[in-house]
Design a protein around this ligand. Sequence first.
Ligand SMILES: *[C@@H]1O[C@H](CO)[C@@H](O)[C@H](O)[C@H]1NC(C)=O
Ligand SMILES: *[C@@H]1O[C@H](CO)[C@@H](O)[C@H](O)[C@H]1NC(C)=O
Ligand SMILES: *[C@@H]1O[C@H](CO)[C@@H](O)[C@H](O)[C@H]1NC(C)=O
Ligand SMILES: *[C@@H]1O[C@H](CO)[C@@H](O)[C@H](O)[C@H]1NC(C)=O
Ligand SMILES: *[C@@H]1O[C@H](CO)[C@@H](O)[C@H](O)[C@H]1NC(C)=O
Ligand SMILES: *[C@@H]1O[C@H](CO)[C@@H](O)[C@H](O)[C@H]1NC(C)=O
Ligand SMILES: [Cu+2]
Length: 766
Amino acid sequence: MIFQRVLSIYLFLPSALSSIHSTHDDTSIDCDSLPSQSDFFSSQQLDMVCHHRKMWMEEREARVSIEMGEKPTRKQAAYLKAIEKCTRENCVRDGVRRPKRAARKTIRREVRMMNKEERRAVFEAMNVLKDTEVDNITAWDLHTLVHYPDSAPGAHWGPAFLPWHREFLRQFEIALQKERPMAFLPYWDSTLDQGLPRPADSVLWSDELLGNGNGYVKTGPFKDWETNVLMPLSEVPVKRLYRSTGGRPNDRLLSPRDIQWVESRANYSDLTFCHDKTFESMHGLSHVWVGGFMFVIRVSPNDPSFYMHHAFVDYLWERFRQKQQSRDQRENEYAKKTCSKLQELDAQMKPFGITNRDGLSNRYTDEWYEYEPIRHCSSDRPTCDSTYLFCDEKEWVCRSKVVLGGNCTGFEGSAICYKSTCIKGSCRLPPRVELAKRLQKNPSTSEEESTRQSASRLARGVVWTKTLLIDEDGMGIRDSLASVTVDYGDGSKTTVYMNHTLEYPELPGMVYVPLPKVHGDDRLNISVTARDAYGRYCQPQCYNSTVERHHVCEGILTLSPSLAHSSPLSFTHDPSSRRFLDADLSVHPRLISVTPPYLVFACSRKMITSGMIWSIANSEKPPRNSEEEVFIRVALSRNDMDDLEVESSSLSGLHSWRSPVAAATSPVDPSILFVRVPNPELHPEGVSARVSFLHHGSRVGCIVKCTNEDGWSEECDGIVSLHQDPIRSAESTFSSDFSVLPLLGWKMQFHPSTWTHRVPYLSFTC
Ligand SMILES: *[C@@H]1O[C@H](CO)[C@@H](O)[C@H](O)[C@H]1NC(C)=O
Ligand SMILES: *[C@@H]1O[C@H](CO)[C@@H](O)[C@H](O)[C@H]1NC(C)=O
Ligand SMILES: *[C@@H]1O[C@H](CO)[C@@H](O)[C@H](O)[C@H]1NC(C)=O
Ligand SMILES: *[C@@H]1O[C@H](CO)[C@@H](O)[C@H](O)[C@H]1NC(C)=O
Ligand SMILES: *[C@@H]1O[C@H](CO)[C@@H](O)[C@H](O)[C@H]1NC(C)=O
Ligand SMILES: *[C@@H]1O[C@H](CO)[C@@H](O)[C@H](O)[C@H]1NC(C)=O
Ligand SMILES: [Cu+2]
């Protein structure tokens, strides 16, 4: 079989683009008139597929590749052309043919079936492509660019979808093999994950395989991969690999039933889009399930899981070919209805120099590559061939293992847990090992000790900020193995652990984080990361005060004394006041509120919204105060009078209190006194007290001012009224907690330079 060469047409050349507009006979898409019934999809899923299709068509019209540079440079075009040429010649290195016949054919294995060397070769090759720049664009990104709709207008939504991606994948595989001859394209059989209690807990999304799936990819072989395009549909600019595996409740992966359907189609027409929406739409499920870059067709090859998922789709197509078609049919049978001219059998497979028909060639799997099937287990052989898989003896199938901390409900007693054991529905370490771990982290890494460890870094002083770790159910984590690590950027790090002894207004899940004090023009970037009790990556979210919401961020804090250059987080140098960070103590005790810290961590595999974060804070209510007495603040400026005493007496005559002024003065502010009065919580009718000053037993005449709610002050008689109902209380800040008193009146939310202070109701000048 001879490949037709269509000459001189390559990526983004005007000639390639000009034909688009005459061939889009299929772009008016009405997502409201979809077939309502489908054996496979819910109506939401059908709707989603339709909108993806629409988006892709619109992007094709808009020629979005301009965001990556309008035209490939000569060098970039040459790179891609060389790969394509090499693909036809099945070469390993430029012009070098594979040495032995036996070594010519590539075996594609499931990603969990690779051995250590293969994993290393594949992941290294992928990283080389990511690190190799061709005129300022990485080789990896050039492949992604080929997948853009204006480059590949016929790659989706029609019968050419399968052959186009077959060719695209093989070119990519050649690119890998040029870097590491042993490499191949692994496939991701998502049916291995689909039957798990929670597929996002699969070991696939762990350090050893594809890295974490919750948010920025910060673990595994692709961690911190940069993309040269912003992630679409994101509220915040994301330019690194990003996922949200299983983040939305209605998404699913491919099921054995889907596979059966594919394998049982009578002919190619029945498999492809125009006659049946199922296969191409089905493949979209995994895209959407992974989320992030995978969510949008155009940019999905940014995520290596794209290639592995598509290799599975290609494998399923091959299974259909082997089962339902003769050799001749495989190369010639095509869809009767082609949806668009670009999808026709003999149309050019843009941007490649071959036709769609060439993509049906038997050569791909006769000569170039084949798929190694997964051997499922049986009662005779109740094992699977990978440490990442286990045998589900209820159904005699192999499934993916689940990571430590993952959900294994219903699989107790099986080998479902990777390097751990299924205990009460979750993968845990054996109790003895876990206990040892808990003991081991203490005391060498307790807060005090670890702070001392990075003493050099923190020599100039420590400030404390709060952070919050949120679990699967949107609640604060309480496990003392959960930790936060601060990287000071100079090689020193501190790890602090969760302390589950909490006192209001400390939120459950809260951890204090030590940060270096900054002075003058200092500006420091500090990276903060968190792990849950099982060591799993937690995705940081930062508060944006403009939109008053938390958004995904990279967990980098910029510290500076000036607000303009600082992350707007609250901090204090005083360990005894850090408890009140993010609290508003300028209001009536019943109205005291806590905001979530600037930096929080979603350790969940589900989406954690800003609303959920705020509801954790809002659900914490101040405890009711049942002490007999409370303190109010009184401001006093005096003209050198020693031996002054302060007195308060309730108007009901039942209570009176007297103290030397010196003993009642605030330790931090000499102009403030703390004066004892009855607790209004215990007196529903309210409390009124007169405050006055005495010198050697006789009352001193002072000028008294009363400052009301909105800051207006006027002369008054020194009587203050307190009430449990905030609107009936003249003085609204009072407490019986000694540790709060110096902070009473302060609203300690966000950056300290924006904290506000409320003056006491009573001010005396004596
Ligand atoms: C690559 O980027 C550098 C710096 O932005 C620029 O000077 C150079 O012209 C670019 N090269 C090409 C081929 O675009
Ligand atoms: C684990 O998954 C099962 C089934 O999906 C679910 O009912 C259960 O609530 C999950 N357990 C936990 C701890 O999330
Ligand atoms: C494909 O198979 C279906 C169902 O068996 C049949 O109705 C249809 O005519 C076939 N199409 C072609 C092109 O053979
Ligand atoms: C945990 O917090 C409590 C109350 O704030 C404190 O007394 C205790 O020392 C803390 N424990 C550790 C290990 O830091
Ligand atoms: C800190 O990060 C900001 C924003 O990412 C960056 O603009 C700045 O240059 C960094 N500063 C230092 C000292 O690294
Ligand atoms: C906060 O959100 C606004 C509006 O989306 C955005 O313009 C701004 O850049 C964001 N600020 C930060 C620090 O991310
Ligand atoms: Cu695609």
